[in-house]
Design a protein around this ligand. Structure first.
Ligand code: AHR
Length: 634
């Protein structure tokens, strides 16, 4: 602000006249390219946290489908006895349908009849998301010693009214363990999540059950796939990659609990699941292949993180012979992802149902290894990097300790960094990369988020995120990839471990946070190069980005006003000629705390309008607490 403007504002305030907005000058020259924008800048990252997968993205609706006795503290299956029925349930460790599930739930029914059924009930992951005219696909393994038990009836029932919203039955054959499939089809029911599932019989007898599953419809009708609504939310973010499988989820609390990819592939009935680092068990129904198919369905590429011998409790595997099996496991994993069917693990992937190799360019070695206070990472990194580089020199390697001096020495192409900040701290960080060295590894901001809202970010967080995205776009010659984290949170009571997650969900719905909308806007309106620009006289918390799509000849302007004063601008747009009516999309919140929620999902949402832009010199005001994205043809 210059001296005269200061005096003017002070004089106006002293006589009680409303303060005039201070005018800043923003100059942009669309003909002067400064640096490239990475074509992979915006991507996705999440992990099994906040019931992101089980009870979230993964379409399985039944909680603890394998009757695991240590299921997240409490097995959710209950005995149900209608009317005069008499029955007992017990975990039977003597029989099951596979070596992994060599145990089962035994139901002993001593009295039952039509109207007096007995069986089991499951509450789902905080309910069952029921929609009208929808088909849900189920399967179960069962064993009966004689067929007198009769059929098993499966009913989806509304918790409050007791009304059966869908039902079917399966005739059980006496004999060995058999897998049965069933469908539940709803009619014109009201959408609801307050439902439970019952499996009952109407005759006395003994029945063993295992791997009892019910899947919601999946994106692209993918078998064993993901929920449609959440995949659509992700697709709308225009992502270019998925960083998988975590996060802390890669490492596990102990080495034993790491993401041991070989235990997450193959037939579901052979996947034991494992204890994740966020306090609950994962079914691993969403295993390595499903992560890759998730990428395929969204047309993004995987950024594959491999376990590098460090787990969260602080244990690490010693380099040399001890870590060698983990190095081999990483090599096998890459072969599973990329190998053709002449390779051992490529053939295994084909047997698992995916003939074609997946695209891969980036491999990350570990996660947050700067937390390994033993100092073992450089040596561990070197052992992994050398083996990976020798076998797969075409892939870029990502290090996670943030030590670029070391990283330049051992095949490090990219350094992965994480930023979780308050709104003010995030805005203070926006110049962090402006003067960073361009001669070392590229940067992958693999986890970042402005955090103050819970369970999902509020508008102040969206402003911090937008400010940070302007910085990443400006520095995208260096920052080649970035992924907000975490992406998903089940907002049901007790489901969340980590507050401030981009998308809220429950058993039936999702809602988008203000930060989600900011990301959709930034990713959908991104050029391939930054152009020369400068600003002066702006409010403290005003930020902008100027990128161009050179071939289409469009300037993408992003204007972020995080202050509580309007920001008047004179835009000097060199190379933008004549008058245009341009598309503008705005996001506005009344306060930093304003937000969206499951109850009020659209309180803050993008609003599209048209603005008349004068090429050369355009006078425009960005309202307080607003994000604007404008596409200007030139
Ligand atoms: O995103 C949540 C966690 O934050 C990740 O698991 C971990 O990498 C980071 O500490």
């Amino acid at each position: 602000m210059n001296k005269y403007k200061v005096l003017f504002v002070a004089a106006a305030m002293s006589v009680g006249v409303a303060a005039q907005p201070v005018t800043a000058k923003l100059s942009v020259d669309v003909a002067k390219i400064v640096s490239t924008v990475s074509p992979m800048l915006y991507g996705l990252m999440t992990e099994e946290i906040n019931h992101s997968y089980d009870g979230g993205l993964y379409a399985e609706m039944i909680e603890n489908r394998t009757f695991h006795s240590e299921w997240n503290g409490q097995p959710p299956w209950d005995l149900v006895r209608h009317g005069e029925a008499v029955a007992q349930k017990s975990l039977d460790r003597s029989t099951g349908p596979s070596e992994t599930f060599a145990y089962s739930m035994k139901l002993t029914v001593s009295a039952a009849s039509v109207g007096n059924e007995a069986g089991l009930t499951n509450p789902g992951y905080w309910g069952y998301g029921v929609r009208p005219n929808t088909t849900y696909s189920g399967s179960l393994y069962a064993r009966v010693d004689n067929s007198d038990t009769g059929p098993i009836t499966i009913r989806l029932i509304n918790n409050a009214s007791g009304v059966v919203v869908a039902q079917t039955w399966i005739a059980l054959q006496a004999g060995p363990w058999t897998r049965y499939e069933y469908k539940l089809v709803t009619g014109a029911v009201a959408p609801s999540i307050a439902n439970h599932l019952e499996f009952t019989v109407a005759h006395p007898g003994t029945l063993w059950l295992q791997f009892v599953s019910l899947m919601a419809p999946t994106f692209h009708k993918r078998p064993n796939g993901n929920r449609v609504d959440l995949m659509e939310r992700m697709a709308a973010m225009h992502p270019k990659f998925l960083r998988l499988p975590g996060g802390n989820y890669l490492e596990g609390v102990t080495v034993e609990d790491r993401f041991d990819w070989k235990k997450t592939i193959g037939p579901l009935i052979d996947r034991p699941g494992h204890l994740g680092p966020w306090g609950y068990r994962s079914t691993d129904g969403l295993g390595l292949l499903e992560f890759l198919e998730w990428c395929e369905d969204l047309r993004v590429e995987p950024v594959l993180a491999i376990y590098a011998g460090y787990s969260l409790a602080g244990t690490h595997v010693a380099t040399g012979n001890d870590v060698e099996p983990y190095v081999q496991s990483a090599l096998d994993e890459i072969e599973y992802v990329t190998g053709d069917t002449s390779t051992k693990w490529g053939a295994e992937r084909a047997r698992d149902g995916h003939l074609a190799p997946f695209p891969l360019h980036y491999i990350e070695i570990g996660n947050e290894d700067y937390l390994d206070k033993s100092g073992s990472y450089p040596a561990r990194y070197a052992q992994f990097a050398e083996a990976l580089h020798k076998r797969y020199p075409q892939y870029k390697l990502i290090a996670t300790d943030g030590n670029s001096e070391y990283e330049t020495k051992v095949h490090t192409d990219v350094s992965e960094e994480h930023y979780y900040k308050s709104p003010n701290d995030m805005m203070d960080l926006v110049n962090h990369y402006d003067h960073a060295s361009r001669s070392g590894p590229k940067i992958f901001v693999g986890e970042w988020a402005t955090r103050s809202g819970s369970p999902t970010p509020n508008f102040g967080d969206a402003l911090g995120d937008a400010a940070w995205m302007t910085a990443m776009e400006r520095n995208s010659g260096l920052i080649i990839m970035a992924s907000y984290a975490p992406l998903l949170v089940n907002v049901s009571p007790g489901a969340m471990q980590w507050p401030t997650d981009l998308i809220g969900l429950d058993a039936g719905s999702t809602y988008a946070s203000p930060s989600y909308w900011a990301q959709c806007l930034f990713a959908a309106h991104l050029g391939d190069a930054t152009v020369a620009s400068s600003i002066n006289g702006e409010n403290k918390h005003f930020f902008y980005s100027a990128t161009v799509s050179a071939r289409e000849k469009v300037l993408h302007l992003k204007l972020v006003n995080a202050s509580s004063n309007d920001q008047a601008l004179v835009l000097e747009l060199a190379g933008v000629h004549g008058g245009h009516t341009a598309k503008m999309i705005s996001l506005h919140g009344a306060t930093f705390e304003a937000t969206n929620s499951m109850r009020d999902p659209n309180a803050i949402h993008p609003v599209q309008s048209r603005v008349r832009v004068a090429g050369g010199r355009w006078v425009h005001t960005v309202p307080a607490l607003s994000i604007e994205v404008i596409d200007l043809p030139f």
